[in-house]
Design a protein around this ligand. Structure first.
Ligand code: PNW
Length: 469
């Protein structure tokens, strides 16, 4: 990053489910991931679970030490809903869980590190899933109750809140393809129900904060969205615009556009298909006037997770059920990787830094140059401390951000994913994203800096992108 540029690039982040461990300690209730990994260990690549993980619940002081070692000024972490409300309902609270997050927040602040808090990073209380989770509109008031408690408990000190991590990826995995618990395979139906309920939960939370808390607490709220940039194989800009409406518009358009609704052609195409299937109405539930007005403008910045870019072409062959985009039956686009870009350990991830620059320009032009905070950006490998590819990844992505800023994009912060290696959902511990390795066989699970930690320290200290390392 150039000397004169004002992006705050000090943050790193981690997800609680992936790092805390202590899955049933001190009164915590089970999340759907606890149940799933216990009941179906064969569904996790290495048969592992997050029961202990890297033990941030017990070893937060070690995390704090490496945060200070890096020199960051923000730390993004998530609150595990069932750690403080064991069955999801706020009438039963677990004081020890609350004490833990108070301690984390206070220690961060005492060390000059601002807490950036995700309310929900996929640790859904089992009891809530029993009633349908995000496919039941009851979730809206359950989430609202939960969010209100978080503002009351922590809002005096937390000034940046993120509601629900990656709605599109979450809905697709849980209720579309069903690759994650509760494994509901209802593509084009379950995922859309989930998406609308998340948008409503998020919008209602934003309004409630504004009405009840903003005056005193003065915090800001965002909805973290993973957006991969899509390039047309045929170099067709119309295809890119239409595909991006499915990739980001299904989450971003209702929040950021003037209509407060899904992109018009997305609405039209899904409705036409649904009617042609003999249904009475669109599989994509209508938001309606009231909810559109709640959701419209319900974020103070665009919270962006960027990892990679893909190629698209009109779908001609068979539908790929595993496509990471929203259902191909509706998008009518097939996605593929670029042949010549280095591949990470995660199958969906390869090295396309230009995609970040192009995405930021797309956001600038499509959504009125909204402020963007980059909340995740990272590279997975199989481990090892000489992680030069991770350094190249971050160096090139930071340069892409600088280029975009120099071109008028409104980016105000950058946070890599992630601080240390941790539990990577159905990939278990086989994919590493961290700047620090964790000794999983030692009692105190020591964190050791990789070469990339040294690199990132330099970035933070110099506020510039080092050309050589
Ligand atoms: C993120 N994609 O999810 C999550 O927010 C993190 O918890 C996770 O550790 C990280 O990615 C690395 O996997 C994503 O298909 C899931 O492009 C899928 C995609 C991107 C991010």
């Amino acid at each position: 990053m150039e000397e004169d540029d004002d992006v705050d690039d000090g943050t790193v982040n981690d997800c609680t489910l992936q790092t805390e461990g202590a899955w049933n300690a001190d009164g915590k209730g089970p999340s759907i991931w606890d149940d799933y990994t216990h009941n179906y260990p064969d569904q996790v690549k290495d048969g592992s679970n997050a029961d202990d993980s890297v033990e941030s619940y017990r070893l937060f002081d070690s995390d704090l030490k490496i945060l200070k070692d890096l020199g960051v000024d923000h730390y993004r972490f998530s609150i595990a809903w069932p750690r403080i409300f064991p069955n999801g309902s706020v009438h039963l609270r677990n004081q020890k869980g609350i004490d833990y997050y108070n301690d984390v927040i206070d220690k961060l602040l005492a060390n000059g590190i601002e807490p950036v808090v995700t309310m929900f990073h996929w640790e859904l209380p089992v009891e809530i899933q029993k009633f349908g989770g995000f496919t039941n509109s009851l979730i809206i008031e359950q989430f609202l109750d939960y969010a209100e408690e978080l503002f009351k408990l922590f809002g005096d000190r937390v000034k940046t809140w993120l509601t629900i991590n990656e709605p599109k990826e979450l809905c697709k995995a849980l209720y579309g393809s069903g690759v994650s618990p509760p494994s509901i395979n209802a593509p084009g139906v379950g995922d859309y129900l989930c998406l609308t309920n998340i948008l409503k939960s998020h919008g209602a939370t934003y309004r409630m904060y504004r009405e009840k808390f903003y005056e005193k607490q003065r915090g800001r709220i965002g909805l973290p969205s993973n957006i991969n940039f899509l390039y047309s194989k045929a170099n067709n800009t119309d295809e890119v615009a239409r595909a991006m409406d499915f990739e980001f518009g299904v989450v971003g358009h209702p929040v950021l556009s003037k209509s407060g609704d899904f992109p018009p052609h997305v609405l039209k195409e899904i409705e036409q298909k649904s009617l042609a299937e003999g249904r009475k109405r669109s599989r994509l539930p209508s938001l309606g006037k009231y909810w559109s007005s709640v959701i419209k403008g319900s974020s103070d910045f665009l919270a962006l997770n960027y990892y990679t870019a893909w190629q698209i072409e009109p779908l001609t062959g068979q539908v790929d059920e595993d496509s990471m985009m929203i259902d191909e039956r509706d998008t009518n686009f097939a996605t593929s990787m670029f042949e010549n870009c280095p591949r990470a350990e995660s199958v969906w991830l390869h090295f396309v830094p230009q995609g970040l620059e192009d995405l930021l320009k797309y956001i600038r032009d499509t959504y009125d140059n909204v402020e963007v905070k980059i909340l995740e950006n990272g590279w997975s490998d199989t481990g090892g401390n000489d992680d030069y590819m991770r350094i190249e990844y971050h160096r090139n992505h930071l340069q892409a951000v600088v280029n975009a800023i120099n071109d008028g994009c409104n980016v105000t912060s950058y946070a890599p994913w992630s601080l240390m290696d941790s539990f990577e959902f159905t990939s278990g511990y086989t994919q590493k994203f961290g700047f620090y390795a964790v000794n999983m066989t030692s009692p105190n699970k020591e964190r050791t800096p990789k070469k990339s930690a040294e690199f990132y320290k330099k970035v933070i200290k110099s506020k510039s992108v080092p050309y050589k390392f």
